[in-house]
Design a protein around this ligand. Structure first.
Ligand code: FAD
Length: 436
């Protein structure tokens, strides 16, 4: 662990904001979620998130606030949490790397909840090994490409209004030959279908058949799209952990209520020491996961050098913990938890996917281990470990954090940190190039 461990604490104003968000989720968002169709985009729900001003916060909040939003919404309405997160995942690349025209065209609608965004990286043959993606971008004239191939497991597909799509512009170049495109859903040649999953998550596959794109559709620079993807995931990984912590807390609170009121063996369930100790263990692990999520988010906002490792640790610990806590909650509720429509039956289905998406748990362990060994061996110069280490050992410098990610800090500190981080990333990249 680096010597410069960031300090963090959640101030009373933010704690009150979280309580407000939990109440909004229960009173305003839950009823809309219940009217939605499982596995499909719920546009009234997205619009309400916009009306409540939560979507615009995706572009003004740092990682800590993003985590607090996700945890609070997840506590009372997982569908609302997911709808919010997916708007962020699809639109943050536009916010961070888009041209003024791209930002003007899409970001106000995303913030209002009238446009639905999606992030299309995974393919049938490229999941964990995302740098192996093969969706082909073939040159079409001097200023354009044609996109051909398939994307799969894309949240909000095929109903999104636009996609941040990652395509191969340079064959054989691995992570360095990928370009990010902003693809409106009405482009000719783009079709898709919904996929039916265990959880009520809106998700589908996309088919691209010579879809035309031009330089105006590029996000960032050609062949530098992997930085766009990894920079986005650096931000979102701890917040997947926050989603998991919200679910764990909901399961824990339901278990406290249940075990305190359920009659058994002449007393209440909680009077059995095995039961109360199990509840204590659930609380212990949930709190540990929450603290690690907050630490990772704080490190991101501070543009700390060890963000990839912290983000991976937070995502790994929180999603695995939530699985444990929800499972234990089901056990302590007995049969009633498994009845269709019970909170825990819902959470049991919801809690599984986050251990797979945005980097499976095994991939997170790989990132953590490689960052540790790189630091230990002194291969990375001080502060150079800002990149994302791919499972196959490719080291990809991370994009500098979004401008909005440091909303709570002074503008000068933000600019300095960003410049330093970008410079470190460039240095690491140059050293890697020279080493090859
Ligand atoms: C609900 C849901 C929503 C999703 N939303 C999106 C989205 O919006 N956009 C998008 O682009 N993708 C999305 N995905 C796809 C997701 O990112 C991939 O599923 C994920 O990257 C894993 O890829 P895979 O499923 O192909 O599994 P694989 O890559 O085939 O891996 C299968 C398993 O192999 C093991 N494994 C893989 N790599 C390693 C390794 N390096 N070391 C050790 N073990 C390893 C792990 O156990 C892993 O779970 C979503 C997935 C789900 C389930």
């Amino acid at each position: 662990m680096s010597a410069a461990m960031p300090a963090f604490s959640i101030d009373p104003a933010r704690t009150a904001w979280c309580a407000e968000l939990r109440a909004l989720a229960a009173d305003r968002l839950r009823p809309l979620a219940e009217k939605g169709e499982p596995g499909r985009v719920n546009r009234p729900l997205v619009a309400e998130l916009g009306r409540l001003g939560l979507l615009s916060r995706l572009f003004t909040s740092g990682a800590v606030d993003l985590c607090l939003m996700r945890e609070s919404l997840a506590y009372a309405c997982t569908e609302a949490e997911t709808a919010l997160a997916l708007q962020g995942l699809g639109a943050r690349p536009v916010h961070a790397h888009g041209t003024p025209a791209q930002r003007r065209r899409w970001l106000p609608d995303v913030a209002e909840g009238s446009a639905v965004a999606a992030f299309a990286l995974s393919e049938p043959g490229a999941g964990s090994d995302a740098a192996a993606l093969s969706l082909a971008a073939e040159r079409d004239g001097t200023d354009g490409w044609r996109l051909t191939g398939e994307k799969r497991w894309i949240s909000n597909a095929p109903e999104a209004d636009f996609y941040t799509v990652f395509a191969r512009t340079t064959p054989g170049a691995g992570a360095r030959g990928v370009t990010a495109f902003l693809l409106p859903a009405d482009r000719p040649g783009l079709t898709g279908s919904a996929l039916d999953m265990l959880s009520p998550h809106p998700i589908g596959a996309l088919r691209l058949d010579a879809v035309p794109v031009t330089a105006d559709d590029v996000l960032g620079e050609p062949d530098r799209g992997f930085r766009v993807a990894m920079g986005t995931l650096d931000l979102f990984r701890p917040s997947v952990g926050a989603f998991a912590v919200g679910m764990a807390q909901a399961a824990l609170d339901a278990t406290l209520a249940h075990t305190a009121s359920r009659d058994a063996f002449g007393g209440k369930l909680r009077d059995l020491q095995t039961v109360s100790h199990q509840v204590a263990e659930m609380a212990l692990r949930t709190e540990a996961a929450r603290l690690m999520v907050h630490a990772a988010a704080t490190a991101y906002d501070a543009a700390a050098p060890d963000v990839p490792r912290r983000a991976a640790m937070a995502k790994l610990l929180a999603t695995e913990t939530a699985q444990y806590v929800v499972d234990a909650a089901v056990q302590l509720h007995g049969a009633c938890a498994l009845r269709r429509g019970h909170l825990l039956e819902h959470l049991y289905r919801e809690v599984r996917a986050p251990r797979i998406y945005e980097g499976a748990s095994e991939v997170q362990r790989g990132i953590i281990a490689r960052e540790l060994y790189a630091e230990h061996a002194g291969r990375a110069e001080p502060g150079a470990g800002v990149g994302h280490t791919e499972p196959a050992g490719r080291h990809v410098p991370a994009a500098p954090p979004d401008r909005s990610a440091q909303a709570d800090r002074s503008a000068q500190a933000v600019q300095t940190a960003q410049a330093e981080r970008a410079e470190r990333a460039e240095r690491a990249e140059r050293a890697e190039r020279e080493a090859r």
